[in-house]
Design a protein around this ligand. Structure first.
Ligand code: ADP
Ligand code: MG
Length: 328
């Protein structure tokens, strides 16, 4: 039988769960599989196990979600990883730094509640806390938009202004957040430089195609030049059927090309588009979908500064079926 590239992870993810309750989406845990005929059990959210990941590193963790190429899933990742962190109990501020094409508010379903933005704060028209939009579903999640669509940015708005903003968030009377997540615009021009300036770690989102990979490689170099050495990647829109047919690069190929630690592999899932259009992030779906679970687990690894490993496995495709992507 032809060899098939699939991928599995380190054995301890999420590390606090006993192996019998493994939530590793790529493990062979029987928890997710009903029978050898690969009928599935309902997917269970990480939250159902009533455990919390251990926060590693100094807070606030300032994480930029970037990619180079547009449309690969930065905003989707910011919304779903951000809300997962909030659901784990951490306080999160998500900054939409995509000034030209702001849409994080839409994905979160918060567009009608953005009355003030950073522009008004900088102009002295409102206080910072008035520009922070608190999510009603998870009150420890707040959204901050830089500007309103089509409004003009103040002259000279750049990295220094964003650093000032992050400092202001750190010194709020209610305390500094655990995570500040910055949704970066596509490209490598001024908007990108502004978004990465205050960050001390990065999550690079890529899809398994050569154009996204070339951009991701370029962005990795720029992040390193800027002193951001902690760079992990999420491979999004993975299709095992295409990998099997050798029409798509495997996650292992992507990892070998970019040489970055892997935070998560997210399958292509039509539920992502549905949730985007409803303004209801995927990770809030009940029961969660495979992509939602993969985002939850990526968030878990982010908290613990952990990563997963892509390995090559010799498989018989028919025996494992689609669910082999998540172990089965
Ligand atoms: P970016 O912020 O990098 O431009 P977005 O997060 O806005 O990208 O995503 C671009 C489009 O891709 C959106 O329509 C989104 O719903 C879709 N998308 C993202 N991830 C997935 C996925 N895993 N499966 C299916 N569609 C996805
Ligand atoms: Mg975006």
């Amino acid at each position: 039988m032809a060899s098939l590239r699939v991928f599995s992870t380190t054995s301890h993810q999420p590390p606090l769960l006993p192996s019998s309750l493994s939530l590793n989406p790529l493990s062979t845990s029987p928890r997710f599989v009903k029978s050898p005929s690969s009928r599935r059990r309902p997917i269970r959210s990480v939250l159902q196990f009533n455990r919390k990941p251990q926060l590693a590193g100094e807070t606030p963790r300032i994480v930029v979600i970037t990619s180079g190429k547009g449309g690969v899933g930065k905003t989707t990742t910011t919304a779903n990883v951000g809300l997962s962190l909030a659901r784990y109990g951490f306080s999160v501020v998500a900054i939409d730094a995509d000034l030209g094409l702001r849409n994080l508010d839409l994905l979160l379903g918060l567009e009608n509640r953005v009355n003030y933005t950073v522009v008004e704060v900088l102009n002295g028209d409102c206080r910072l806390d008035q520009a922070l939009v608190r999510d009603k579903r998870w009150s420890n999640f707040e959204l901050l938009c830089i500007s309103k669509p089509r409004s003009k940015l103040p002259m000279g708005f750049g990295g220094k202004a964003l650093e000032w903003l992050v400092d202001a968030l750190k010194t709020r009377p209610e305390g500094s957040p655990d995570f500040i997540i910055i949704d970066c615009p596509a490209g490598i021009d001024a908007g990108f430089i502004t978004a990465i300036t205050p960050a001390n770690e990065a999550v690079l989102v890529t899809t398994p195609d050569i154009t996204a990979l070339r951009d991701a490689d370029r962005v990795t170099g720029l992040l390193e030049c800027d002193g951001i050495r902690d760079i992990k990647m999420i491979v999004n829109r993975v299709r095992t059927d295409m990998i099997r047919g050798e029409d798509m690069m495997s996650v292992l190929d992507v990892q070998e090309m970019l040489g970055l630690s892997l935070l998560g592999a997210i399958p292509e899932d039509s539920e992502v588009i549905r949730s985007t259009n409803r303004g209801f992030p995927l990770v809030l779906n009940k029961p969660p979908t495979l992509a939602g679970l993969a985002f939850e687990q990526a968030a878990w690894r982010l908290v613990e500064q952990d990563s997963m490993k892509a390995v090559m496995v010799e498989e018989e495709p028919k025996k494992r079926g689609f669910f082999s992507f998540f172990g089965g």
